[in-house]
Design a protein around this ligand. Structure first.
Ligand code: AQP
Length: 326
């Protein structure tokens, strides 16, 4: 199993956590799990090198604080494993231009971009396919926004297998339906996304700030607390978040808030979030206090990742007809 997260912000947000990262911890016990901080993906939009380096360590620290155990899973930084970029090139050469142009995330992200849009942003899903296929991943735990990229990965794997002989396993997305898409607190019809910071709850921000954001989340003019994503998107989003963080079902929450108002729900959710995030923030600080140890963990992960990735790449190079370098 493989999944990745970009080191493009100083903190992961609730959408990243509930949509994807929350699944990473239990999956490390049932699968041979590879988790990557995907810094090659991060530079598809402009990055300050110093900040990128800092955010890469911060991302690794957050993953460890959330419960990724380097003895049970392979945690590594993507640029430490050159096979990702190498396989990506081969896959680019079998991807149709029209096929790549259909990716909706590229359309969204390039439309939002103020500076010039780079070719890397366009070919990003092909690099993502390489990330997955290098490890012969079966399962890829991601949020709903990644479904189309996973379909492209399957298409490319299938095409390569047909053209050059069976080489890749076809991966399946592992999408947890209830939390597949967490919405922006200020615009509950859009995905919570770091590019639109107003309605985003960050794991590493001051929990008082998060509680305030939750209190001012956009809801509707009604009063009743019910789960109705179509007509009550804001309240429904809060219920989904509350349920995922507390382990109580949405139905149970709805029943317990009967006769109460949105203010009560928001106040309680702020407290639940604070309780959840406080020990995580403390653990992140501990990991950051010892960057040498953190780098050692990542170096060990990269070594293990390369052992698997290099076998796949060698087979791919042979299949496409490259001469062996000995
Ligand atoms: N709102 C979300 N709901 C559920 N899952 C989400 N993910 C992201 N946003 C939500 C999932 O988080 C994982 C890591 O994603 P990423 O590193 O690719 O980050 P991202 O998608 O770039 O995050 P943003 O905030 O959405 O960034 P922008 O604004 O750049 O688009 C993935 O599994 C993703 O599905």
């Amino acid at each position: 199993m493989l999944s990745g997260i970009q080191p493009t912000a100083s903190s992961f947000h609730l959408g990243n956590y509930l949509g994807a990262l929350r699944q990473w911890v239990p999956l490390q016990d049932t699968h041979d799990a590879f988790y990557s901080v995907v810094d090659l993906h991060a530079i598809t939009v402009e990055q300050d090198p110093k900040v990128l380096r800092q955010n890469t360590r911060l991302s690794a620290a957050q993953l460890l604080a959330l419960g990724i155990d380097p003895d049970r899973a392979t945690l590594f930084v993507q640029s430490h494993v050159p096979e990702h970029a190498q396989l990506s090139w081969v896959l680019q050469c079998i991807t149709g231009f029209g096929e790549a142009s259909r990716m909706t995330q590229f359309k969204d992200k390039s439309a939002r971009q103020e500076t010039q849009v780079g070719v890397g942003l366009f070919t990003y899903p092909i690099l993502q396919a390489a990330d997955i296929l290098l490890y012969q991943a079966h399962h890829v735990p991601v949020g709903e926004d990644q479904r189309q990229h996973l379909e492209l990965t399957r298409d490319l794997a299938q095409r390569f297998n047909t053209r050059f002989g069976k080489t890749f396993r076809l991966p399946e997305p592992h999408i947890v339906k209830d939390t597949a898409k967490i919405y922006d607190l200020q615009d509950p019809t859009s995905k919570m996304s770091k590019s639109v910071p107003a309605g985003v709850v960050e794991l590493l921000e001051d929990p008082k700030r998060s509680a305030k954001k939750i209190r001012s989340a956009v809801t509707d003019t009604g009063r009743e607390i019910v789960y109705d994503p179509e007509n009550k998107a804001g309240v429904s989003n809060l219920l989904v978040i509350y349920s995922a963080l507390s382990g109580r079902s949405v139905d149970e929450l709805v029943a317990s808030y009967e006769g109460k108002g949105y203010g009560d729900l928001k106040k309680d959710l702020g407290e639940v979030f604070t309780e959840f995030v406080t020990p995580i923030q403390a653990r992140v600080r501990e990991y950051l206090d010892d960057p040498a140890e953190l780098d050692k963990v990542l170096a060990k992960g990269a070594e293990r990742a390369r052992q698997v990735a290099s076998v796949t790449l060698r087979r791919v190079y042979e299949r496409v007809g490259f001469l062996s370098s000995g």
